[in-house]
Design a protein around this ligand. Structure first.
Ligand code: NI
Length: 178
């Protein structure tokens, strides 16, 4: 198990578009394993490689509700791309492991179709709806340097960013003491 550190603002990597993966090899598969370990440990339902400091177009997700006894359904997508989005929108309360403890409502297409490579490098297409559609769009945004708070008003976004940065700085002395 390898749990990686999740980066937070103002780390500039979060704003950098991720590079497409040229070849799905063992290095990528190892990265995906680490990303699942990190996501489940956090815990979260989605994670993009850039959030663990690797600006590569790789995302993982698992929206299964363990508290309701649902079986895990891990899904890794390499070079994901939205190829179709419904006109109908849905509003969900979103959060992000890189913007900890901040939640707010974001409106997105209710359903999307995504083309990606699987862990064997095979091209796949998949239809997403419900929470899966929201999650996959949120993670694909990370590969473009977009955070969910970018959909909010500037005032809210700046307030949230200040909160996150202030908290992260407050933690530094505590960590170095222990
Ligand atoms: Ni996120």
């Amino acid at each position: 198990m390898a749990i990686r550190k999740i980066i937070t603002p103002p780390n500039p990597l979060l704003r950098q578009p991720s590079l497409k993966v040229a070849e799905v090899d063992d290095t990528i598969r190892r990265l995906i394993r680490d990303m699942f370990d990190t996501m489940y440990d956090a815990p979260g339902i989605g994670l993009a490689a850039v959030q663990v400091g690797e600006p590569l177009s790789v995302i993982v997700m698992d929206t299964a509700d363990k508290e309701k006894g649902e079986e895990p359904r891990p899904l890794a997508l390499i070079n994901p791309e939205v190829v179709w989005a419904s006109e109908q929108k849905a509003t969900w309360q979103e959060g992000c492991l890189s913007v900890p403890d901040i939640y707010d409502e974001v409106e997105r297409p209710m359903e999307v179709r995504v083309r990606y490579l699987d862990e064997n490098g095979e091209e796949q297409e998949r239809h997403f709806s419900g929470l899966d559609a929201i999650c996959v769009q949120h993670e694909i945004d990370h590969t473009k340097g977009i955070l969910f708070i970018d959909y909010l008003s500037r005032l809210k976004r700046e307030r949230y960013l200040k909160k996150v940065i202030k908290r992260a700085h407050g933690r530094v002395p505590n960590l170095s003491q222990t």
